[in-house]
Write a protein that binds this ligand. Structure first.
Ligand code: ATP
Length: 307
């Protein structure tokens, strides 16, 4: 039985951020952003460059104070960063004088101060193995590629066993092959550990492959949630199955259509006719297939197509 707090594990309500402007009034970058995530949900956030995706993520991380609105995790309003939330940015920022193991151990020691040294080491080794670095534990950052360093960053975050994982374009600086490898690494970890995750991406294929729902942000200023698209693929997922699924190109079309509308329309406030039509097609197709198990759209504050 899913509890109330599981269904509304992350609740973002009317979140607004205004940055100071030296020459005029403050700029409201994000205005009235609402999102509910169930426990274990993987939600991608897509939107045009500069619309405010990272602003939302850093507010959820507690690193960037909101101007107004609220964010609650597991029923408690956040008021700053905490061990319940771990963030992975585009660059992992590893400490160059520590090995892979040492970099991961740093956080683990803080989160498990009462565990034995052996237990802490086992946790680090487990997560480093999970991201494919079992043979590189004693390497220094300078001895590793960008992709390997990002694996360390991901292991470092998940080894903290966060309740919420926040990924800000984690594959943005990687070549396409490494990017696909790391998408699979993250997907496997999320399949196994079911961590509630928000991932920011510019890549619609990545959003469809990794997430349970895609949150499409309107273009700023005053950006908010334009639409939410449910991704009806069961987990665990295989890339080939996703790519070959009859709904794949409809889902993709829906996301691209939304982004194009945001690009070309003067009214960037939310739902547009073309995107809505695509969404209806997806919903109709979705009805005829077996949807993702365990999600009742009525439990979510913002069902498919909500503005
Ligand atoms: N600390 C800050 N002070 C003032 N303005 C800021 C600050 N941080 C971000 N901004 C502005 O807020 C807007 C949103 O930035 P943000 O980085 O959240 O967007 P984004 O959607 O993540 O962009 P991208 O996709 O390019 O990474 C941008 O116009 C940016 O210039």
């Amino acid at each position: 039985m899913t509890s109330y707090h599981d269904k509304r594990f992350v609740e973002i309500f009317q979140l607004t951020k205004a940055y100071p402007n030296r020459y005029a009034d403050d700029v409201k970058v994000v205005d009235g952003f609402d999102l509910v995530m169930q426990r274990g949900d993987v939600v991608s956030v897509i939107g045009h460059s500069g619309c405010g995706k990272s602003t939302v993520l850093t507010m959820l991380a507690g690193l960037n104070p909101a101007t107004s609105g609220s964010i609650a995790v597991n029923g408690r309003e956040i008021d700053g960063p905490g061990p319940d939330r771990a963030v992975v940015f585009q660059s992992p920022c590893l400490l160059p004088w520590l090995t892979t193991l040492g970099n991961v151990m740093l956080g683990v020691e803080k989160v498990y101060p009462h565990g034995s040294k052996t237990q802490r080491r086992q946790i680090c080794e487990h997560y480093l193995a999970a991201v494919g670095l079992a043979d590189s534990m004693h390497k220094y950052p300078r001895e590793m590629s960008g992709g390997m360093q990002q694996r360390v960053g991901i292991a470092r975050a998940i080894a903290l066993k966060p309740q919420v994982l926040l990924l800000d374009e984690p594959f943005g600086r990687l070549d396409s092959l490494t990017r696909m490898e790391l998408q699979d690494v993250v997907l496997r970890v999320l399949d196994t550990d079911r961590i509630t995750t928000m991932i920011i991406t510019h890549d619609v294929d990545e959003a469809i492959y990794i997430s349970d729902r895609v949150c499409m942000m309107t273009s700023g200023p005053r950006a908010h949630v334009g639409q939410i698209l449910e991704i009806p693929f069961a987990r665990p997922r295989q890339r080939a199955d996703v790519l070959e699924h009859p709904l794949y190109y409809d889902l993709r079309g829906c996301l691209i259509s939304f982004l194009e509308q945001q690009d070309h329309s003067d009214d960037k406030s939310g739902v547009h006719d073309d995107a809505s039509a695509t969404m209806q097609r997806v919903e109709a197709l979705y009805d005829t297939t077996h949807g993702r198990v365990g999600v009742d759209a009525a439990d979510l504050a913002l069902p498919v197509g909500a503005a």
